[in-house]
Design a protein around this ligand. Sequence first.
Ligand SMILES: Nc1ncnc2c1ncn2[C@@H]1O[C@H](COP(=O)(O)OP(=O)(O)O)[C@@H](O)[C@H]1O
Ligand SMILES: O=C(O)C1=C[C@@H](OP(=O)(O)O)[C@@H](O)[C@H](O)C1
Ligand SMILES: [Mg+2]
Length: 171
Amino acid sequence: MEQQKKGIIFLIGFMGCGKSTKAKQLAQRLSCPVIDLDDEIVKAAGQSITDYFAAHGEAGFRILERETLHEFAYPETCVVATGGGLPCFFDNMDWINLHGKSVYLKMEPAQLVSRLQKREKRPLIKDMDDPTLLQFIEQKLGEREPFYSQATYILNAFDLSAEELEKTVFP
Ligand SMILES: Nc1ncnc2c1ncn2[C@@H]1O[C@H](COP(=O)(O)OP(=O)(O)O)[C@@H](O)[C@H]1O
Ligand SMILES: O=C(O)C1=C[C@@H](OP(=O)(O)O)[C@@H](O)[C@H](O)C1
Ligand SMILES: [Mg+2]
């Protein structure tokens, strides 16, 4: 008999690693809701992430991001795509691991650049050319890795299938 697949699965990792895309695919496989916290922030703020950054700065965004993570009414079983910076601020990573299982979708900086060709919706990188973005990722990933590494599972994300992701979280 198939084991019950329940609980909250949080996908974490750098911008462009595929959290939003893979969260939808995994939720479809599990027949459960998908929540993209960036979309919830846009709904709560009534403006785009780029406009929110422009009006309130990154610090203001991080406060709203934490509030959205903590206060969302999660169904018992769901897949949650987080924003790339979310695990690295306040107590967010501890909160995630207390409330569900987390998966770090790990990718090399050059692979991330190739996935980040559309940058206009990502205020931190929207005006960068490819070489500047690569440098930015190498530095930021170094700062963020200690947080991402606290995930329940760490997966190489470049060629990851949704099936493999499901088998990891529900072995
Ligand atoms: N398996 C894949 N192959 C090629 N491109 C992908 C794949 N998964 C995602 N992408 C693309 O990579 C970009 C980043 O994906 P996204 O899911 O938005 O990442 P994140 O939410 O982690 O920032 C998007 O343009 C998306 O269409
Ligand atoms: O890495 C970051 O600090 C951010 C990542 C974005 O989400 P994605 O990782 O889905 O692009 C979004 O939350 C915001 O632009 C800030
Ligand atoms: Mg996303």
